[in-house]
Design a protein around this ligand. Structure first.
Ligand code: C5P
Length: 204
């Protein structure tokens, strides 16, 4: 499942994985966790040798969600480091190992930006979640306010548009709609979205 920032992939994935007994992996968490590590360690992101050295040192990173990595600042920084080829290869390998390690599961729901286009090109079902930037910004704003983070709507909208631009225009694994993906509109009621997906899953 791919889609732009704040399109609701997390909520949809959680619902689908529970209903269909599939293992969920949110690849954004990996980019966010790595962003936090590189930020804390003050790694120069323009220095590819320094990044490669650091990735070798890190080896593995946690897949755990936490409030610390859900902030707007970390999301923005994650999209900055996500342009780097070595970083993408590192995170792709973490995803392949995760699937290998959990192969007793009947299947996976994996969400991100390049899952259907690059990382798991042979997925049984590819979904691309579509929501316009204003609706996404409104939802993200509410989410941040509810979680206690100070937020300003116009700034959130600006950040989301910037993140879209970065994700779509980068050279390595840009956000694209895979040819064989179903477009899922998630602008309306959640049930409408999940009904569309459940129908597709039933057909598999
Ligand atoms: O989905 P989330 O907002 O948590 O992702 C944070 C950032 O990580 C995205 O804006 C994107 O730049 C990057 N990302 C990516 N490829 C993925 C998942 C996330 O480039 N598969």
């Amino acid at each position: 499942m791919d889609g732009p920032a704040a399109s609701g992939k997390e909520k949809i994935s959680k619902y689908i994985s529970k209903k269909w007994n599939l293992k969920h992996l949110d690849s954004g968490i990996l980019y966010r966790r790595l962003a936090l590590i590189l930020l804390n360690d003050k790694i120069k992101i323009n220095n590819s040798n320094e990044i490669k050295k650091k990735l070798r040192e890190i080896g593995n990173i946690s897949f755990r969600k936490s409030k610390k990595i859900r902030t707007q600042k970390i999301g923005n920084f994650a999209s900055i480091i996500a342009v780097n080829k070595s970083i993408r290869e590192f995170i792709n390998n973490l995803q392949y190992n995760f699937v290998k390690k959990n192969k007793n599961y009947r299947g996976f729901v994996i969400d991100g930006r390049d899952i259907g286009s690059v990382v798991f090109k042979n997925a049984d079902l590819k979904l691309f979640i579509v929501v316009n930037a204003e609706i996404r910004a409104k939802r993200r704003y509410k989410q941040l306010i509810d979680s206690g983070e100070k937020s300003i709507y116009p700034k959130i909208l600006k950040d989301i548009k910037l993140r879209d631009k970065k994700d779509k225009n980068r050279k390595n694994s840009p956000l694209v709609i895979p040819k064989d993906a179903y477009h899922i509109n998630n602008e309306g009621k959640f049930k409408k979205t999940t009904d569309q997906i459940n129908k597709l899953l039933k057909k598999l």
